[in-house]
Design a protein around this ligand. Structure first.
Ligand code: ZN
Length: 206
């Protein structure tokens, strides 16, 4: 038996984060309505479907920093003008984009794609921390700026990372105050982020 396509679309949309059944229904009906009408959104369903297939096919992780990109290495890793000696560790790609927008940071990044959450089964292996350690060991990295979010999970991850990196005798820093407690980088304005970077604090006394 074939499932009702309207119900199926609602179910698929409800799988997205932050979308409950009511929002899913509203979005589904909007897509259906505009796709049957004339106007600027007439091709919405087709464009959306194509876009979803394109990202699935073309987007991958940068081999160096785990950023999302369409080539083997992302544009930041490929840029020879970036400072190879500083590595900024972030939880997610939007955090990296926020830092890039602030224009203060000229080094390289490392994207964790999460934070440590042992109760949810996210440990050092899931975050591929070994790979990060290899990266700092083998490249000419002198400072690691840990820019995980200023909340409980972000702080716990930062402390764990600092302890892992400590034997490598690097400068290990954390974004300074100015990042309000509990806040997520992605939503901070550029001026606040710039200040947090410039006033970053050493996590380990070397
Ligand atoms: Zn990269």
């Amino acid at each position: 038996m074939k499932l009702d396509p309207i119900a199926t679309l609602q179910l698929q949309l409800a799988r997205l984060p932050g979308i409950g059944p009511r929002s899913a229904a509203r979005l589904a009906f909007y897509i259906i309505k505009t796709s049957q009408a004339q106007g600027k959104n007439a091709n919405l369903a087709e464009d959306l479907a194509q876009s979803l297939l394109d990202v699935q096919k073309e987007v991958r992780l940068c081999r160096e920093c785990q950023n999302l990109c369409t080539e083997e290495y992302c544009s930041i890793c490929r840029d020879p003008r970036r400072d190879q000696s500083t590595l900024c560790v972030v939880e997610a790609v939007p955090d990296m984009q926020a830092l890039e927008k602030s224009g203060t940071f000229r080094g390289l990044y490392h994207v964790l794609h999460g934070v440590l959450a042992p109760l949810e089964g996210v440990g050092p292996e899931e975050l591929k921390l070994e790979y990060l350690l290899d990266r700092t060991k083998n490249k000419s990295v002198e400072e690691v700026i840990i820019a995980t979010n200023a909340n409980v999970d972000g702080d716990a991850t930062a402390l764990y990372l600092a302890s892992l990196l400590e034997p490598q005798e690097l400068r290990i820093t954390r974004l300074a105050m100015g990042v309000p407690l509990g806040s997520e980088l992605e939503y901070l304005d550029s001026a606040t982020l710039s200040r947090a970077l410039l006033e970053r604090k050493d996590m380990v006394n070397t």
